[in-house]
Design a protein around this ligand. Structure first.
Ligand code: FES
Length: 111
């Protein structure tokens, strides 16, 4: 059984932007797309550690603010010619409320 922890409201996240979350698994960026979907990925670009939470969201991808790698918010993988991936974390929505899978963040921390 999953342990969902409430982490805030959709309306707290800027459209096509992100809010960060400090967890045992490190800093997680929670993104809101133009279509009001939410995704959580590690806030650390696999290239040189850029803060993906400060990148530009387009569709279901985010462009790293440092050297423009594009990461998929769905799979965590780099798109295009670049190779690398960030961890993704499951979220759940209940209206405006957003929850994260606490077990996933704990497991990630233990890796
Ligand atoms: S650190 Fe993200 S593209 Fe270089």
């Amino acid at each position: 059984m999953r342990n969902w922890i409430e982490i805030g409201n959709l309306s707290d996240i800027p459209l096509r932007g992100a809010r960060c979350l400090e967890t045992p698994a490190g800093r997680i960026a929670v993104f809101r797309t133009a279509a009001d979907e939410v995704y959580a990925i590690e806030d650390r670009c696999p290239h040189k550690g850029g803060p993906l939470s400060q990148g530009i969201v387009h569709g279901t991808g985010v462009t790293c603010p440092l050297h423009n790698w594009v990461m998929s918010l769905e799979t965590g993988e780099a798109l295009g010619a670049d190779e690398g991936a960030v961890r993704t974390f499951d979220l759940k929505r209940d209206g405006d409320r957003i929850f994260i899978d606490a077990a996933a963040t704990a497991v990630a921390a233990a890796e």
